[in-house]
Design a protein around this ligand. Sequence first.
Ligand SMILES: Nc1ncnc2c1ncn2[C@@H]1O[C@H](COP(=O)(O)OP(=O)(O)OP(=O)(O)O)[C@@H](O)[C@H]1O
Ligand SMILES: [Mg+2]
Ligand SMILES: [Zn+2]
Length: 174
Amino acid sequence: MTPTLIATIGPSGAGKTTWRTRHTPPGAVVVSLDETRAVLSPCGCSANQAVNAAAVAAGVATTRRVLAAGGTVVWDVTNYLQQFRTELLDLADEFGARTVGLVILPPLLTALARNGTRDPRRCPNCGYARRVDDHAVWRMHHAITHAVPHLHREGWHELRFLTLPPYLHRSEEN
Ligand SMILES: Nc1ncnc2c1ncn2[C@@H]1O[C@H](COP(=O)(O)OP(=O)(O)OP(=O)(O)O)[C@@H](O)[C@H]1O
Ligand SMILES: [Mg+2]
Ligand SMILES: [Zn+2]
């Protein structure tokens, strides 16, 4: 079995978790920083950034274990920074794993509207809310939009553009 690392690339509210709950291949192991942060947070908050580094470390350890055994791991993350994507690609490379990037980039207003339906209240213990600031959604969306033309040079074996805003669709007329 070829070890495989699948990773989403999309801003908050894009639909990454929705996609992976529907389409994760049978037997694949999901790494969700949201879910791991919730487990590691004394207050149970998935948004608690105080435990983010520990959640990433746990995800990396899980990935090493799964890829070493020839399995498939699905990272459910925003991946909006090239540095983070490079770290995942390097991790996969340690095991000669196949890498699949899943771009989930709906129009900015769609991501904002979906994020806007989440609970905006900050937890009194960790100080974080499930809803992220509009500006943070915009920043992630902007970063990924600018990365789209360059993703094919990052080293992914396969890129799938699952959702793109209309203004990034290839025009067949021109
Ligand atoms: N294709 C879709 N059509 C309509 N609604 C969707 C679709 N995908 C996701 N949603 C809705 O959008 C909201 C956000 O989706 P989801 O939780 O999957 O986003 P996410 O990318 O995982 O965000 P985060 O990075 O914050 O975890 C949810 O309420 C979900 O039901
Ligand atoms: Mg999610
Ligand atoms: Zn909390």
